[in-house]
Design a protein around this ligand. Structure first.
Ligand SMILES: NC(=O)c1ccc[n+]([C@@H]2O[C@H](COP(=O)([O-])OP(=O)(O)OC[C@H]3O[C@@H](n4cnc5c(N)ncnc54)[C@H](OP(=O)(O)O)[C@@H]3O)[C@@H](O)[C@H]2O)c1
Length: 284
């Protein structure tokens, strides 16, 4: 079974558009981009387009590549204090001259729609998330939409980054999976991976996952965004070789990627509701 993230994201965006209309709210997202990295510019454009589609207002702050940390912090603080802005997204990676940790920690937790602030990650760890990071939360949505069982299943997450691997593992743990996190120092990685009922690869290497690493019938989630020798977009998984072995698999493109943006839109609506409901998180 192909897990069609594009189709799921279309469905979720349509549903979200209706919910936003019904709510009478006009959520607003601000993006902050530093420098002119073409991939980052493309992601930000896609986010603004998605906003327009679902009825979320968006503003874009663009800073030059040589902007200081202080200048980025100043932009974030202005957005924190702007009552018309519900969500703030700082496009990562930031140029090496900018202190990424300070910038992430400067975002007001109630506007942290990317879910990277320590408050958001702490709440997630405590099993009570408000904003979960968009990529792993989007993966949870795909699993839910396709009714893939999670509770009690053996899950292996390869990768331990703050934006994907760690929050992915915690979301799955919160959903009662038995979770193993693997990384570059893991011994006998292929053996660990082969144990997985659900295998999530967030490594960032083309053809990293071959059929010998996948249990027959496993669900394979490919987070990677890579380019093969021909310059063609591909994931971490050797899709053609693994698809016969897997019970269900996400393609690249058209798998996890579209869900990341759909989840950002959902988080922004959530932030708008949170602000309107005077921090009544129980109503979210
Ligand atoms: N589809 C989307 O929306 C989306 C969103 C975010 C990211 N991505 C993509 O997902 C991939 C991962 O992103 P990221 O931000 O998590 O990357 P990252 O910060 O570079 O983390 C990569 C992880 O993979 C591990 N790793 C590297 N080589 C390994 C190896 N040989 N064996 C086992 N583990 C290995 C690293 O281990 P160590 O910790 O030991 O170094 C690290 O934990 C990238 O291709 C990125 O472009 C996609």
């Amino acid at each position: 079974m192909i897990l069609d993230g594009k189709a799921v994201s279309e469905k979720r965006l349509e549903l979200l558009k209706e919910r936003i209309e019904e709510s009478g709210l006009y959520p607003r997202l601000a993006t902050v981009i530093v420098g002119e990295d073409p991939a980052s510019q493309m992601y930000v454009r896609m986010k603004h387009r998605a906003c327009e589609r679902v009825g979320i207002g968006s503003v874009g702050i663009e800073l030059p590549a040589d902007a200081s940390t202080e200048r980025v912090l100043e932009a974030v603080n202005r957005l924190n204090n702007d009552p018309d802005i519900n969500g703030i997204l700082v496009q990562l990676p930031l140029p090496s001259g900018v202190d990424t940790t300070r910038v992430i920690e400067a975002v007001a937790p109630e506007k942290d729609v990317d879910g990277f602030h320590p408050c958001s990650l702490g709440r997630l760890l405590a099993g009570n998330p408000v904003f979960a990071p968009c990529t792993p939360q989007g993966i949870m949505t795909i699993l839910e939409e396709y009714k893939i069982p999670i509770a009690g299943e053996r899950v292996v997450v390869v990768g331990r980054s703050i934006d994907v691997g760690r929050p992915m593992a915690i979301l799955l743990l919160n959903a009662d999976a038995t979770v193993t996190i693997c990384h570059s120092k893991t011994k006998n990685l292929a053996d660990e991976m082969k144990n997985a009922d659900i295998l999530v690869s967030a490594v960032g290497r083309a053809k990293f996952v071959g059929p010998d690493m996948v249990k027959k019938g496993a669900t394979v989630i490919d987070v990677g965004i890579n380019y093969d020798e021909q310059g063609k977009l591909c994931g971490d998984v050797d899709f053609e070789a693994v698809r016969e072995q897997a019970g269900a698999i996400t393609p690249v493109p058209g798998g996890v990627g579209p869900m990341t943006i759909a989840t950002l839109m959902e988080n922004t609506f959530r932030a708008a509701k949170l602000m309107t409901c005077c921090n009544d998180t129980a109503r979210l």
